[in-house]
Every structure is written in C-alpha cells, then in structure tokens.
Write a protein that binds this ligand. Structure first.
Ligand code: PAF
Length: 280
C-alpha cells in the first residue's frame, strides 16, 4: 500500500522528480469514499501516463451549510486499501486552505443553471479547489468522471479560460448492474430508496429514446419528470436536454445533446446524465 503524502511541497517535489526523469503523470481528484468508479479513473490515469496521482480531500467550500459535509464518507484507511497499487502517490492534505484564504473562482458559462439553481455555492467551491489542486499537483493531465457532467464541463472551461497547462480527460460513468451510477453517497441510501434509484438512469434512457423517435423535447421532458415523480423519487430538481458544450437548454436532438437529471430520495440527492447517442 502507498504512503499518504500530506504536504503540498512533498507532492510537488515528487511530480517534479518524475518530470525530470521524463515521466508523465495524471491526477485523479477525489473526495474519498473510493468506489469502482474512482478505480476506473485511476486505471485510465495509469494507461495515459507513467504515474497516477490520487488526491483525497473533502472540500468544505463546495458544501452549503445545510448539506452533507459532516456525514460525507471519510475512510482514508479503507480508501488506501481500495486504491492499492493503482496510484503512485496519494495526496490527502489535512487542510488545503490557508487560514486567511480569501480568493474564489466564480465560474459562469457552463456553471449557470442545472446544479447551480439548487446548489448556488457549488461550482465556486469546485472551481476554487480544483484550481488549487492543479497548482499544487502540476501533473500533465487530470481525469474526471462523466457522471458529474456539469462539473466536468465547468473544469474544461476553467482550464481553457485560465490557460492552465494541464490536459483534462474524462471517463464514462461506472454503473451497478441495475444501472445506478456509482457515487460515494449511495451508501447513505435506505433499502427502499436503493430499489427506486436505478429508475433515474432508466427514465433518462426512456426520455432519450422518445426524443430520438421524434417526440418534441418539451413533451418528452414533461413525460420524463412525471415518470420520475410516479417512480417514487421524493423530489425532482431538474430533467433537462442541454447543448453538450455550453450546457444551455436546447431543443436540438443530436447524438451529442446531453440529458441531465437530478432527483432526491429522502436525504440522498442523485444526479445522472446521458448523451442521446449513447442510447441504443
Ligand atoms: O468530484 C469530486 O469528487 C469533487 O467535486 C472534486 C472534483 C474532487 C473537487 O472537490
């Protein structure tokens, strides 16, 4: 098992040493609660670079006061056991912020709408911490899951807009056999909610099929929201068809157009998405 690096200077030095030897590196940023989705990102990182770096940090600035920061899974030992030899370095700082930290990155563009309507603090927290992580861990590339599709798009936009010298890679969502997207929060789901949860992906697929069969977007989305409600989700934040680059709502039914959904099952909030072209 790897040793955990807590000090940013130690982490930087290691990456610089690799670079000095001509070795490339790829970062997998996480908040821990490592599951098979994270492991797939690590395997991809290993495939594209000579060295894989995993960061584990539950970032307080992306949680609002009423959200699950306190109950978010923190299990470093179990995480290290799951990571095993898949990473060459695990960076798990105790705190990432200076006690007088006072700078925020406020992304607009792809950060507007969808998640931001329900979690207005979220992308400021994510963009700020990801910029800090990319500065502290200057790897050649960094990899993010498509499950958090808006986050992925906001990070691509951040890297483009601020000319960050890193390549952003993405990886398809890893799912349970019944279609539920893997998430660190799934462990908090009650058994009766776990039985309902795969319906989110099923209804995204059904809505995509309707769109591809020619149903008007407005009608397909109303039907989809209605079906989510009737399936037992306790709240529906959004079901939206979006342009895959800008994440603006669109009526253009193309293979790349992205259908994104966010729902609640009791205390757990689930998000998922698909490209229309991914639906067979
Ligand atoms: O997706 C996550 O786990 C987090 O939002 C990230 C990118 C590690 C930033 O804290």
């Amino acid at each position: 098992m790897r040793q955990v690096v807590q000090d940013r200077q130690d982490a930087r030095t290691r990456i610089a040493e690799w670079r000095g030897k001509g070795l490339t590196s790829c970062l997998v940023p996480t908040m821990g609660g490592i599951h098979a989705g994270h492991l797939a990102l690590m395997e991809r990182a290993r495939a594209v670079a000579d060295r894989a770096v995993v960061s584990i940090y539950v970032n307080p600035t992306q949680f609002a006061a009423n959200e699950d920061f306190d109950s978010y899974p923190r299990c470093l030992e179990a995480d290290m056991a799951s990571i095993g030899q898949r990473a060459d370095m695990v960076y798990a700082p105790v705190d990432l912020y200076h006690p007088s930290h006072a700078t925020q990155v406020n992304p607009a563009g792809a950060a507007l709408g969808l998640e931001s309507e329900f979690r207005p603090h979220f992308f400021t927290g994510v963009a700020t911490v990801v910029l800090k992580l990319l500065n502290q861990l200057p790897t050649d590339s960094a990899i993010f899951g498509q499950k958090d599709y808006q986050q992925l798009t906001v990070i691509r936009q951040l890297v483009r807009d601020l000319d960050l010298p890193v390549e952003i890679l993405d990886h398809p969502t890893v799912r349970e056999a019944d279609g539920l997207a893997l998430s660190s929060r799934n462990i908090h789901m009650a058994a009766e909610h776990r039985a309902i949860a795969p319906q989110l992906q099923a209804i995204l697929r059904r809505t995509a099929q309707q769109l591809l069969a020619g149903t008007r977007p407005k009608t397909a989305l109303v039907d989809g929201r209605d079906l989510l409600r009737r399936s037992g989700f306790t709240g529906i934040d959004y079901l939206q068809l979006c342009n895959p680059m800008t994440l603006q709502p669109t009526e253009a039914v193309t293979a790349e157009a992205r259908l994104l959904g966010a729902v609640h099952l009791g205390a757990v909030r689930l998000i998922d998405n698909i490209a229309l072209g991914d639906v067979k």
